[in-house]
Design a protein around this ligand. Sequence first.
Ligand code: GLC
Length: 418
Amino acid sequence: MRRFAAFVAPTLTALLFSVSASAVEISLSCGAVGAELTHCQAGADAWAKATGHTVKIVSTPNSATERLALYQQILASGSSDIDVFQIDVIWPGILVNYMIDLTPYAKQETLQHFVSIVANNTVNNKLVAMPWFTDAGLLYYRKDLLEKYGTKVPTTWADLASVAEKIQAGERKAGNDKMWGFVFQGKAYEGLTCNALEWVDSFGGGTFMDDAGKITVNNPHAIEALKTVAGWVGSITPEGVLGYAEEEARGIWQSGNAVFMRNWPYAWALGQAADSPIKNKIGVAALPKGGANGKYSGALGGWQLSVSKFSKNQAVAADLVMYLTSDAEQKRRALVGGYNPTRPALYQDKEILAANPFFDSLYETFTNAAARPAKATGAKYNRVSNEIWNATHAVLSKKETAEKAVPALEAALVRAMR
Ligand code: GLC
């Protein structure tokens, strides 16, 4: 027995030493919108179990705008506190100098993802981030209420406004005085830029700037779009919308107090949860057109994973990124959280489509979503977006008319781009 112990002890020590010498802790920042943090933790835990490394999850603010400010503060100080950053689809041009090139780790893997997202994440030939999940702005509607009032899913904003008005009035009369017609993201932050882009684009007014960086916002369609939306605030939309981000809008919607909501795909799985008052009463469609000559438009959103150049464990961090963006993990996330994969092949997966029927019916909405002008503006994107959300907020809160705000926004964008 003693001989056995003497034989085994050094071997075990050597083994333990080699594991502890190579096992590291990776810190991963992820979002906490809805159930995001739980899903992020589960993925990280699975990787940790398989590799022997550990992951520390850092929760970040819900607002993309606040999250960017936090990241910039951490990165500007040269801190190695966060190894892996969950970054927005509009940030590769802003954060390019802080992140490592993932090309050597991704190798052929990038070919499995949507070409457009990989291109978006590539700045000056550097793969700044791996695609994690994609998004597009969607219209959520109450199937049961539309049926009750004998109306179809609206295809123009004018339709939506009149259906919303009718059902809001009817439901209030029937006893729910908290009922609203339409909720969206109207707070002055990045989410409002997404909503504004959808309104303007759907009226045929473009996306503020074209791909070449030419400022296109000053046009009658853009004015008409913003005017229309300002008219809803206080009638079919609560005044409070001026302070709503994604979760505030979802709060009203999921408690059963809105006929329509504009939100991202994550709201589906939560609305369908066992304890949701609107389970099985939800429909999802493309956002309406701005009139018969308008078009369907949904802003392109989505999140990527990057490795900080200050990370002391870049290769291990990159391994975590490759795991989280893998086929199996994207499938798991699509099933448990309704996150849209960035891998086209997963849109053929029967289980994923059964859990998220709109991944199929709205495939075009996801693949043709309207990009914010992040490529053309690069590092200046946040400044440009700030002008867009402020101008829009001023119109929605009736501090400024659309006729004045739109040309002023054009001038501000010219200045921002100088
Ligand atoms: C969602 C989108 C992201 C966007 C943000 C705005 O998280 O995925 O791209 O910037 O909403 O609120």
